[in-house]
Structure formats: C-alpha cells, structure tokens
Design a binder for this molecule. Structure first.
Ligand code: ACO
Length: 428
C-alpha cells in the first residue's frame, strides 16, 4: 500500500481508491469498493488494465523485455538451471539445495505412471484427434482417479495433486502422440531425466530403443523452462478462474489446456511453423509482410506480437540460440530457419512493426526446433501444456492459499433488450 489515493469522480460522488505498490512494476489502484460506493462498474474487456490477483511468482516488464521467475531472469535460468529446478522454484519460492532438488526429482519421477485404466480411455478417441483434444479429456479424467488429493484446503494434498500433474503430463502427452500414430504406449522409465523420459516415451518403440541425444535433451529441457510460467496469461487466468470455485485441480488444469489450445495463445507455435513452411523461400517474405500489414487481410505474422512484450521477447532470444545448437547437433539444414531469420530481419526494419512494437515472441522459433527434433506440428501445443502445467499448479496453489481469494465473477456492460413481456408463438 502507498499513501497515495486515486480519486475518481462520478457525478456528485468522489471515490478515493487506495493505490497499492508491488515490489516492482506499475502501481495498482484498488477498486474493490468502487461498485459499493458508486453503483458503477469498471469496464476492461481483455483485462488490459486490470490486475486480477496478487502474485509472487513471475514478473514481466514488457517494455524492457524482462521476465523473472521468483526474481531470477529467464535467460539465467535457461542457461544454468533445469526444468525440474525451475518447477521447484516456482512451486516453493526458492531455488532448492542439492538434496532438496534430488528429493523433488525423485518424487516427480515416482509419479510418472498413469493408472492403467486410463490407457483404455485413449481408445475412445479417433486416431486423428488433435493431441490437445486428447489431453483436455485425459487430464480432466484424472479428476475421477485421484480422490485422495482433492481436499484443496489441505496444502499437503494440494502439493500431491501438483506433483502428480507435473509428473504425469509427459506420459499423457507422449501417449497422445503414440495413439495418433498407432504405436504402442511406452511406459515411463525411472532411470531417465524428466525430459529424457518424455523423449523416450514419445520416440522409442518396443522393437527399438531411442537414443537420447544430450543436446536434444538439453534443448527440450530449456524449451520447457521457457514455457514454465508467464504471469496472468489467458490459460493461467482460466486455471485460476476455474479453481476459484473450489473445483477439482485436475479439472482446472484441463480448463487451462482448453484455453492454451487457441491460435492466439499456445497454438501460435504450430501456426508459426506452418506459416514459415508456407512461405517456403526468402523471396516470398515481402508478400507475407505486405499481407500482415493489409487491414483488409486477416492474416497476421504468427509468432509476432504480444499483449505484454512491446520489446524483444527474452524467450525468443534464447530460442534463436537453441535452434543453432539443435541444428548443429542433429546436422539438420532446414531452410525454414533461414526463412525465419530473414522474416524477422525484414519485419523488424519495417515501420509498421516498429510503430506497433511487434517483435518475435517465444513461439516464432520454438516450432523450428521441435520440428527438427521430430515432433509433428500438432504436438507443439501439447509440449507447451506439459511445461506450463508447472506455472498453472504454482499459480493455483498461490490462489487457494491467498486470504483475499474469492470466486472469480466479473460483471458486464449490458446492452441487450430491457425487460419486455413474453409473446406467445402464434402472436409473433
Ligand atoms: N501481425 C500483424 N499485425 C499484428 C500482429 C501480427 N502478428 N499482432 C498484432 N498486430 C497489429 C494488430 O493488427 C493491431 O493493429 P491496429 O492497432 O492497427 O488494429 C495492433 O497490432 C495491436 O494488435 P492487438 O491484436 O490489438 O494486440 P493484442 O495485444 O490484443 O494481441 C496477440 C496480441 C494476440 C499475441 C497478437 O499480437 C497476435 O495475434 N499475434 C500472432 C499470434 C501469436 O504469435 N500469438 C502468440 C502469443 S505468445 C503466447 O501465447 C505464448
């Protein structure tokens, strides 16, 4: 809280609203009593000016291109940390000691198996179902399996549910992939790392082992770090809103997966790679830039622009470097990377993108890497969901333990018909 107040005058009524101060970032006007004092709502579709909660997890400065998890810059975490360590950090607030990390890693490893009954659940889906459709269904179905971890007021049970979700998501995503290609499911292996295990469950077959390339394992782990949390984005807000009613945690994460699937959010990495492939060769880039600028054409450069970043997305910087590493390790020479680099360069030197502060976001390069590793485009968003589960459960835990937490219930500006009498069908 600051000693400042914001005064809003509405007709004859003046309301003084306290101004709250975070540890860093913009001040926040507390309008909780505004409706009670004025009888008026505030209007903010898309929450562009509204802080929906207090949080200690992640800080973004979109103008400066800064992303911090519990205070640590994303670039440093991507360089020096591991996904398991970042998961621990987000859930617990501090970096773990070596012992604490080993214990956490072991706990997650020992929760990676799915109830065997869930394997039959997959068979209810068509083989051509999108992996995100399967993940939505299967994760939602977990709520029917783990009744012992659903007293959400008990922090211990909340943590068990969180560990289960983080641990089982790679198994669920890999099984969604296996189902779509008609291969048998591969069980998790406790001798592998979190990310190595996911690669193995995705690409191994019973007839042949999959050799985990250390550079690929490291690159994918880094991609998971980059996607672990991102403040109050659409899917995280969905998880919080669903959870605010006291709903089952597995069902809340299924809601987050549904939201993430959209092309304006997690679906953008799939859309970005499809766009780069469609462009195909550098000579065609100007045509696509012109289309993106044309007001009469709904086309947008996918992987460009961000609601919060009005500068280079710091995750895109790490991604661009990771493309080079993976391509070198796998000896890949996909022309799509050259198209991406040249598209970025041309867009960044174009007034339209400069004026609107449109820069590459995390999704611009991630598809290029995932494709080189061997993932089909339909799996990209599933991988994003896998990683973001860490942020979702950390944010959900934070919300439930927040004494100011209430059921989320926005209001509206109603512009429909006013009250009118019902007209019987023969009189219409
Ligand atoms: N290509 C061309 N023009 C764009 C683009 C783009 N990628 N993104 C925004 N613009 C333009 C809009 O047309 C608009 O122009 P106008 O002011 O003349 O009407 C202006 O920039 C602002 O765009 P909004 O859609 O109002 O910005 P908003 O903050 O609502 O949208 C979003 C952000 C959804 C990410 C948008 O930039 C977009 O659609 N990008 C492409 C999809 C994408 O990459 N999504 C991934 C986001 S990151 C993530 O979810 C992990």
């Amino acid at each position: 809280m600051t000693d400042q107040t914001a005064t809003i005058t509405l007709g004859d009524t003046s309301v003084d609203s306290p101004v709250l101060k975070g540890s860093v970032g913009p001040d926040v006007v507390d309008i909780r009593k505004f409706y009670g004092q004025t009888g008026a709502f505030t209007y903010d579709p898309g929450f562009t000016s509204t802080a929906s909660c207090e949080s200690k997890l992640t800080y973004i400065d979109g103008d400066e291109g800064v992303l911090l998890h519990r205070g640590y810059p994303i670039g440093e975490l991507a360089e020096h940390s591991s996904f398991m360590e970042v998961a621990y950090l987000l859930l617990n607030g501090e970096l773990p000691s070596a012992d604490a990390l080993a214990h956490f890693d072991n706990t997650i490893t020992r929760h990676t198996m799915l109830h065997e009954q869930l394997a039959t659940f997959y068979r209810g889906f068509r083989r051509d179902a999108h992996p995100m459709a399967i993940m939505c269904g299967v994760v939602g179905a977990l709520s029917a399996f783990y009744h012992d971890s659903t007293d959400i007021q008990d922090p211990h049970q909340r943590m068990i549910a969180s560990h289960r979700l983080i641990a089982k998501m790679p198994t669920i995503a890999a099984m969604a992939y296996k189902y779509s290609v008609g291969q048998p499911f591969i069980y998790p292996r406790n001798d592998l790392s979190y990310t190595g295990n996911f690669l193995n469950m995705t690409f191994a077959v019973p007839a042949e082992d999959y050799e985990i390339h250390p550079a690929v394992e490291r690159a994918l782990d880094r991609i998971f770090i980059l996607h672990a949390d991102h403040e109050q984005n659409a899917s995280t807000s969905t998880v919080r809103l669903a959870g605010s009613s006291g709903a089952n945690p597995f069902a809340c994460i299924a809601a987050g997966i549904a939201c993430l699937w959209g092309p304006a959010h997690g679906g953008a990495n799939e859309a970005a790679l499809n766009m780069l492939r469609e462009i195909g060769r550098p000579e065609r880039i100007p045509e696509y830039i012109a289309r993106a600028k044309d007001k009469d054409d709904p086309f947008r450069l996918m992987g460009f622009g961000h609601r919060v970043y009005k500068n280079y997305d710091p995750r895109a910087t790490v991604m661009q470097k990771t493309v080079r590493e993976v391509f070198a390790a796998l000896k890949v020479n996909d022309p799509v990377f050259e198209v991406a680099l040249q598209l970025e360069e041309m867009a960044l030197s174009d007034d339209y993108f400069a004026e609107k502060k449109l820069f590459p976001n995390v999704d611009f390069y991630s598809g290029v890497i995932l494709s080189a590793i061997g993932f089909p485009t339909t799996m990209f968003t599933a991988l994003f969901a896998l990683a973001r589960t860490v942020g979702w459960v950390a944010q959900w835990n934070e919300m439930i333990s927040d004494p100011a937490q209430k059921i989320g219930r926005p209001r509206q500006l109603y512009t429909g018909p006013t009250q009118r009498p019902y007209v019987p069908v023969d009189k219409r």
